[in-house]
Design a protein around this ligand. Structure first.
Ligand code: APR
Length: 312
C-alpha cells in the first residue's frame, strides 16, 4: 500500500486523467468516485490493468460510495459540468455549486481532516464554497488554477523565445478567469526576466492568449474543456503535499489581508507542503499589477456575492 490515499471526485476527463497521473507517478493509492454507476469502476480497472506495462505498484479503485473514500489524505474535486463554446466559467455557477457543496459534505463525513484541492469551475468561488461547507481551516482547502494558468503562460513564453520549457518559470495571479494577472517581472527564463527578453507588445500578446487559454481549447473541442494541463496541474499540487516539498506555486488561497484582499479566495503564490498551505508569499508587485490583482479579486467577489444570494 502507498503511504497516502487520494480520492479524485468526478471520473470525467479531468478526474480520470488526474487519477491516472497520480498512480503512474506512484504518489498515492487512488479512489476514483463518480455518481455515474459503473464508470469509475470500469476506468479504475482499466488503469490497474496498465500497471504491469507502466510499472506502478500503487492501486486504484472506482466507486459510487463515499464509505470507500474513508480516511483519505487528499480530495481532488473535479465533479461538475464543464464549459461549452460561448460559456464563461461563471455560467457553471449554480449547477456546480450544488454538486461541489454535496461532494464536500459527504467527503468530510468519512475523512474529517483531509486536504481539498478544488478543480471545478468557477474555480475561486467553488473553492470558497468548499471551504465554507467543510468547516476546515483555510490552509487545507484551496484551488487549482494558478499552476495551470502559469503553465499555459510558460508554454507561450517558450514558444516565443524558442527556448527550453524546462528553463521557464511563469507566474499568473488573480482569479481563474479573463481578469487573471500574468506577472512578467516574476516570469523568467532561468532567472532572466522575460521583460529583458521579449518586446512589450509580444508580452502583451502572450498575456492575452494566456488569459483566454481555456476558451481557445473549448472552441476547438466544442463538447467540453481542457483536461491534460488541468490534470497535470492538480497532480503537481498533490505531489507537493504528498512529498511535503514546500514548492512555491500560485494557488487559489483564502487571503486575509495579503495583497489588500480580505476574506476572499484568489490566486496568490504559496508554499505547499504536508499541511497544505504553509504560507502565502507576498510579492513586491508594481502599481499596475497591484491594480489588476485588485480588480481580479473584485470580479471574484461579485460571483461570490451572486452565490450567496442563490444558495443563502
Ligand atoms: N459527485 C461525483 N461526481 C459527479 C457529481 C457528483 N455529485 N456530479 C457530476 N459528477 C461527475 C460527472 O458524472 C462527470 O463524470 O463529474 C464528472 C465531470 O466530468 P466531465 O464532464 O468530463 O468534465 P471535466 O472536463 O472533467 O471537467 C470537470 O473541472 O476544469 C473543470 O470546468 C471544469 O467544472 C469542470 C470540472
Amino acid at each position: 500500500m502507498a503511504k497516502h490515499k487520494v480520492t479524485v471526485v468526478g471520473a470525467g476527463f479531468v478526474g480520470a486523467t488526474a487519477a491516472q497521473r497520480i498512480v503512474e507517478k506512484q504518489l498515492a493509492d487512488v479512489v476514483l468516485i463518480d455518481i455515474v454507476e459503473g464508470m469509475p469502476q470500469g476506468k479504475a480497472l482499466d488503469m490497474m490493468q496498465s500497471a504491469a506495462v507502466e510499472g506502478f505498484d500503487t492501486k486504484i479503485i472506482g466507486t459510487n460510495n463515499y464509505e470507500d473514500t474513508a480516511n483519505s489524505d487528499i480530495f481532488v474535486v473535479t465533479a461538475g459540468i464543464a464549459r461549452k463554446p460561448g460559456m464563461s466559467r461563471d455560467d457553471l455557477l449554480n449547477t456546480n455549486a450544488k454538486i461541489v457543496g454535496s461532494v464536500v459534505e459527504q467527503a468530510t463525513k468519512y475523512s474529517p481532516n483531509a486536504i481539498f484541492v478544488i478543480v471545478s469551475n468557477p474555480l475561486d468561488v467553488m473553492t470558497h464554497l468548499a471551504w465554507q461547507k467543510s468547516g476546515l481551516p483555510s490552509k487545507k482547502v484551496f484551488g487549482m488554477a494558478g499552476v495551470l494558468d502559469s503553465s499555459r503562460y510558460a508554454c507561450f513564453i517558450a514558444e516565443a523565445l524558442n527556448c527550453s520549457i524546462k528553463d521557464v518559470r511563469a507566474m499568473v495571479l488573480g482569479g481563474h478567469g479573463d481578469t487573471m494577472v500574468p506577472v512578467p517581472q516574476f516570469s523568467t527564463v532561468n532567472g532572466i526576466t522575460i521583460t529583458e527578453l521579449l518586446p512589450a507588445e509580444k508580452i502583451e500578446e502572450i498575456n492575452n492568449r494566456t488569459k483566454h487559454g481555456g476558451a481557445e481549447i473549448v472552441k476547438f473541442l466544442k463538447t467540453g474543456s481542457a483536461f491534460y494541463a488541468p490534470s497535470s496541474s492538480a497532480v503537481a499540487m498533490v505531489e507537493a503535499i504528498v512529498l511535503d516539498s514546500k514548492r512555491i506555486l500560485p494557488v487559489c488561497a483564502l487571503c486575509n489581508g495579503e495583497y489588500g484582499i480580505d476574506n476572499l479566495y484568489c490566486g496568490v503564490p504559496v508554499a505547499l507542503g504536508a499541511n497544505g498551505i504553509e504560507s502565502i508569499i507576498e510579492l513586491n508587485l508594481n502599481e499596475s499589477e497591484k491594480k489588476s490583482l485588485q480588480s481580479s479579486a473584485q470580479a471574484v467577489q461579485t460571483v461570490v456575492d451572486k452565490l450567496a444570494l442563490t444558495v443563502g
